[in-house]
Each structure stands twice: as structure tokens, then as C-alpha cells.
Write a protein that binds this ligand. Structure first.
Ligand SMILES: Cc1ncc(COP(=O)(O)O)c(C=O)c1O
Length: 378
């Protein structure tokens, strides 16, 4: 066997071994074709299911005005940005989108990235480096952890939403580092709970740390308060029903990101259709607060029906413990006509596998009641 062939075989053996271990632990993931046919239904394995696991909380990806804006942008500007934004990919629609986002978030400026994941991967290393300190919530999204690792800074994670734990870390370590970044999500993606933003901002101020939040699951669903963070990151892929990520901050921070965020500099600009769809979605949100309030109200109806703690966002976890139990519950709901995905480690901590239920403006109260009955029977 020649050397090249040997390498290929060893890679296959490695991959197969890893997959077998995942299978044995009940943690192997596979892709299942799933077509979203309207705002709340999907077709999977030939069956139409009522979906409670989509982050398109306001169903804006199917809104006629939003779709028209995307089509018009394609006609005017083409299907792709054509280059990174520092070359020729900085279409006017991106500038309009950034102006709108900065106005919504109450910041001087905004920068749109290719995705939320890219925004975190690029922003965190642009702000802190190997001699610095990052203090982050243990349940912060994988891309915050990813950006933190890429920065090379010392990373200390604190117990979820525990301000005293964050304080203890800062008290022990802050003076050893020149710069410090405190990171959290506003709404936690797998738990649906909210971070204590005011307390964390005060802590950041006390310890001379910069405060950055990830609002991926808040935009359009949780009314914009005055977020005290220095850097407000988010995504256009959930409440805004499109794609792309953004960072809102002061003009100087945004100018620094344009010069230092590698996932911005070395990646093609967001496609015009995605930018146009997101911009129109933001306008629709602004004129329809009743629509924006529905996902949280429906989530509260669900938690009331099941005597769960009050929902704090459009996301409700039904924690079942081991992965096999969560998978079986998801399959049982599928037999009843619902799509509710099981979330397993490593996305969530070991022994906290769960159903992650998300509510959207397009669900009816009757849909929610039927789901609650089905979950109660599990
Ligand atoms: C909290 C959080 N941050 C960031 C992201 C990444 O955003 P995007 O899907 O735009 O890459 C997600 C979603 O997947 C998320 O849940």
C-alpha cells in the first residue's frame, strides 16, 4: 500500500471509531431532510409536523414583505456579495442595515458579519489577547467559547448566572491582566432564561472589565431595554428570520473590528438578499409590537399548563436527564404530529438532555394547549 493510501485508511479508521463511540453513548447526530412549508409546519420523513423547534420566532422568514425585499435585492444586486466588504462587498443595503441596528440598540455604530458565529469568533480576539482575561458564563454559546479560545486569553467561566461566582473570579484574577472581557448571553439559547445584565454591568464597571452580550435569542422577542453592555452582539438568523450576525458598539470599537476582526476581513460580505430581508424584518417588527409579544405569551401559556417555572423568553426547556430519554420523548411527540427536537450533550451539560421547545408568533393558543397535553403524557 502506498503512503497516501495508508493515511486515508487511518483517517477512516479514526472517524469510524469516533462515530462508534458517539453511537454507543447515544450522542451520534445525523441530518434529516426537513422542509419548512409555511411558518409553523415542516415536512419530515414524508409527514407534515407542527414544529416547535424553530428560532424564526416571528415567522418573518415567510413574511410576504420580507420575501419581496429579498427578491428585489437579488434583482438589483445579485445573489452574492462578490467579495469581502473591504474589497467590493460593501453594498449600500448593508450600510442601511447597520444604521437601523445601531438605532435599535442605541449605539453609535454597528458592524454586520456573515453570521452570528462569525461575529463572536471575530470580535472577541479583536478585543483581547494572550495576556488578557475572559470571564464568561459557563452556558454561553459555543461561538462565545470559540472566540474566547481563539483570542488566546486566560478563560475563567463562572457558574450560570451567578454574579457572586463571577465576582469571586474577578477579585482573584483581575489585577493580573491588563484587559478583561466579561461575556454572557442575554437569553440563554438552551435554557431560555435571562442574564442579570444590570448586576453584571455593575460588576464589569467595578473591576474595570469590558462587558459584551450575545442577544441572539432576544431581538424582536424581548423588548429592547437599555442594554448596559459595551458591546452588543446578535444574529439576524432568528427573530429577524434571515441570516447574518452583527455587533453594536461605539464608533471606535466598530472601526477597530473593521481593522482587526479576521472573520470580517477575510470572509465574503453578507448576501444582499439576506441583508434586505433582515432590514425589512426589523421594520415589520417595529410597527407590530403585538406580533413581537406573542412568542413569550405563548411560552408562558405552555409553562403555566405544565406547572413549569414561568417562561422568560420564547424558549422553554423540558429537562429529562439522559440522552436516550430525551430522544425517546422527541420520537413520541413526532408520532403525535409535533416536531420538538431533543438537545443532548455536548450542546447541554451531561445529564441535562432535554426537549427544547420554542414558540413563534404563528402558533395558536390551541396549538400550544395540544402540545402541552402531549408533553404531559410523556
Ligand atoms: C446564543 C447564540 N449565539 C450565536 C449564535 C450563532 O448565530 P448564527 O446562527 O447567526 O451563526 C447562536 C445560534 O445558533 C446562538 O444561539
Amino acid at each position: 500500500m502506498d503512503d497516501q493510501r495508508k493515511v486515508e485508511r487511518s483517517i477512516d479508521a479514526y472517524a469510524t471509531g469516533k462515530l462508534e463511540a458517539l453511537e454507543a453513548a447515544g450522542l451520534r447526530r445525523t441530518l434529516i431532510e426537513t422542509d419548512r412549508t409555511d411558518t409553523i409546519h415542516v415536512v419530515r420523513n414524508g409527514r407534515t409536523l407542527l414544529s416547535f423547534c424553530c428560532n424564526d420566532y416571528l415567522n418573518l422568514s415567510h413574511h410576504p414583505e420580507v420575501k419581496r425585499a429579498a427578491r428585489d435585492a437579488i434583482e438589483r444586486l445579485g445573489t452574492g456579495a462578490g467579495a469581502s466588504r473591504l474589497v467590493t462587498g460593501n453594498h449600500s443595503i448593508l450600510v442601511a442595515l447597520e444604521t437601523k441596528l445601531a438605532a435599535i440598540k442605541g449605539t453609535e455604530a454597528c458592524l454586520v458579519f456573515g453570521s452570528g458565529y462569525l461575529a463572536n469568533l471575530g470580535t472577541i480576539p479583536a478585543l483581547v489577547g494572550p495576556d488578557d482575561l475572559i470571564v464568561l458564563d459557563e452556558l454561553a454559546h459555543a461561538c462565545m467559547h470559540g472566540g474566547a479560545k481563539l483570542s488566546g486569553a486566560i478563560i475563567e467561566s463562572f457558574k450560570h448566572n451567578d454574579v457572586d461566582a463571577a465576582r469571586a473570579i474577578l477579585a482573584r484574577n483581575r489585577t493580573k491582566h491588563a484587559r478583561c472581557l466579561l461575556l454572557t448571553e442575554t437569553i440563554f439559547s438552551m435554557d431560555g432564561d435571562r442574564a442579570p445584565l444590570t448586576e453584571l454591568a455593575a460588576l464589569a464597571q467595578e473591576f474595570d472589565a469590558w462587558f459584551m452580550t450575545d442577544d441572539a435569542h432576544g431581538l424582536g422577542v424581548i423588548p429592547e431595554g437599555s442594554n448596559p453592555a459595551d458591546i452588543q452582539m446578535g444574529t439576524l438568523s432568528k427573530g429577524a428570520g434571515s441570516y447574518g450576525g452583527y455587533v453594536c458598539a461605539s464608533r471606535s470599537v466598530i472601526d477597530l473590528l473593521i481593522n482587526r476582526a479576521r472573520s470580517f476581513i477575510y470572509s465574503t460580505g453578507l448576501a444582499p438578499a439576506s441583508a434586505a430581508a433582515a432590514l425589512t424584518a426589523l421594520q415589520v417588527m417595529e410597527r407590530d409590537p403585538a406580533m413581537c409579544a406573542r412568542p413569550l405569551a405563548l411560552a408562558r401559556g405552555f409553562t403555566n399548563a405544565l406547572n413549569l417555572p414561568d417562561a422568560q423568553s420564547a424558549i422553554v426547556p423540558v429537562v429529562l436527564g439522559d440522552a436516550a430519554r430525551a430522544m425517546a420523548a422527541s420520537k413520541a411527540l413526532e408520532r403525535d404530529g409535533f416536531l420538538v427536537i431533543a438537545i443532548r450533550p455536548p450542546t447541554v451539560p451531561v445529564d441535562t438532555a432535554r426537549l427544547r421547545v420554542t414558540f413563534t408568533a404563528g402558533h395558536s393558543e390551541a396549538d400550544v394547549a395540544r402540545l402541552a397535553d402531549a408533553v404531559a403524557k410523556l
